[in-house]
Ligand binder design. Structure first.
Ligand SMILES: Cc1cc2nc3c(=O)[nH]c(=O)nc-3n(C[C@H](O)[C@H](O)[C@H](O)COP(=O)(O)OP(=O)(O)OC[C@H]3O[C@@H](n4cnc5c(N)ncnc54)[C@H](O)[C@@H]3O)c2cc1C
Length: 394
């Protein structure tokens, strides 16, 4: 006789930011809910991300005041309340990279006009960066330097805080079958554990498509937008911010905490979008040239550079463009969800929580079952680093 199935109100598959915040929201509503992760928590987009809680700069630069801009404009305040411990989940133990981002434009009328336009469109207006505390990297920048209320958090710390908070509701494993019935969803894990859930919630990022196929649902509801992110390490100053060129965040730079000799910069923005169609060497060369142009007084002496491919998995917009907000598909008892941005994950969790009314109380994963660890960030993995003088001679 197989062991009896574990009865849950909801079973979440995928432990990135979407799954973890959904787990938190459902648990607080009194649901009997578990989360399954097959690798390490956040392995995929959440650990690759820069941790910026966007407030709409990208949309404001393009002059958009629509759905996308409205959806993100409240997110810095919502996250700040969680990060300050003033609302649930209490994320006050999460390490912060910065409380605000710098914004400046490359010289050129279009870039400066784009930045000026954004100042009018943004809900929370950027303010001039106080001259006595300008980021060291921006010495010598001739255009205005602004401060924008976009907190930057450390994604690995975020995953680890949420993972520890819900340690007793998270398990490591893989699904071997999904069988919907009229009353419930039956899920079997490799190893034989059986779950009988009221709802199955798929927050597996790039893994959603194959899970949907396993449940006989169409697997064409998601899209992938590629990025080749750039890493620089060495004697770099702390910088978190966006350099604007031609109404686009051309360079979005975040700094991983570390001492002054071993800091790591993660560089995204247009340079990483374009990099997706280029080799790693060509992407590094373009990034170094862009950094030199954006920060004329910054020395890159002693730095080393690398890249990582980081496709974004989102619900399909039809035209392949950036989705406006989070995406959610409800196929009877199966919900498939994509947050689109880490910043938007709390809205996705609210949306899912409102669709599930249950109060069976909590149930802990048995202590002898394996639990996932937290994913390792790209700069801590084995990779090739190229010294700046061979990547792009000055
Ligand atoms: C390079 C990059 C930078 C970004 N920067 C930002 C930023 O600064 N600010 C921002 O707001 N957004 C940013 N984003 C977007 C943001 O990272 C994503 O929208 C968000 O992290 C997606 O979270 P997720 O939980 O849906 O997916 P993921 O983080 O990809 O998590 C999915 C999880 O599901 C697991 N999984 C997959 N298949 C299975 C399976 N069959 N069974 C069990 N588990 C499974 C995976 O192992 C993984 O842990 C960035 C994205 C990228 C790629």
């Amino acid at each position: 006789m197989p062991p009896p199935a574990t009865q849950l109100d909801a079973f979440i598959v995928g432990g990135g930011i979407a799954g973890l915040l959904t787990l938190d929201a459902l648990h607080r509503r009194g649901c009997r809910v578990w989360l399954l992760e097959r690798n390490a928590l956040g392995s995929g987009q959440t650990i690759w991300s820069q941790g910026i809680i966007h407030g709409g700069l990208k949309y404001a630069l393009g002059g958009e005041a629509g759905e996308a801009a409205r959806a993100v404009s409240n997110m810095p305040a919502r996250w700040s309340a969680m990060l300050n411990g003033q609302s649930d989940p209490n994320l006050s133990a999460v390490h912060m990279r910065a409380n605000a981002c710098a914004v400046w434009a490359t010289s050129g009328m279009r870039s400066i006009a784009g930045l000026l336009g954004a100042q009018f469109t943004l809900r929370t207006k950027p303010t001039p960066w106080p001259v006595d505390s300008l980021p060291e990297a921006l010495a010598g920048v001739r255009t205005k330097i602004l401060q924008i209320a976009e907190p930057v958090l450390e994604p690995m710390s975020l995953l680890s805080v949420l993972g520890s908070m819900h340690h007793n509701r998270v398990l490591l494993g893989d699904i071997s079958s999904i069988t919907p019935t009229d009353e419930c969803i039956n899920v079997e894990l490799t190893g034989g554990l059986r779950i009988r859930a009221g709802k199955l919630i798929l927050t597996a990022g790039a893994g959603n498509a194959s899970l949907r196929s396993m449940a006989d649902l169409p697997a064409d509801r998601e899209q992938t937008r590629p990025l080749q992110m750039i890493l620089a390490r060495g004697p770099l100053p702390v910088l978190n911010g966006h350099c604007i060129r031609s109404t686009q965040p051309w360079l979005t730079i975040t700094t991983v905490a570390g001492d002054s000799e071993t800091r790591v910069w993660q560089i995204g923005g247009q340079v990483a979008e374009r990099g997706a169609e280029m080799t790693s060497a060509a992407t590094i060369q373009a990034a170094v040239q862009n950094v030199r142009a954006a920060m004329p007084n910054l020395s890159l002496e002693g730095t080393e550079w690398s890249t990582y491919l980081a496709p974004r998995s989102e619900y399909a917009t039809g035209q392949g463009g950036r989705p406006d907000r989070h995406g959610l598909i409800e196929d009877d008892r199966i919900i498939t969800a994509w947050p689109t941005k880490l910043a938007l994950a709390p809205l996705l969790a609210d949306d899912i929580a409102h669709r599930i009314s249950a109060n069976s109380g909590s149930l802990e994963v048995p202590a002898d079952m394996a639990r996932p660890t937290t994913a390792t960030p790209p700069w801590q993995e084995d990779r090739v680093w190229t010294p700046v003088h061979s990547a792009a001679p000055a």
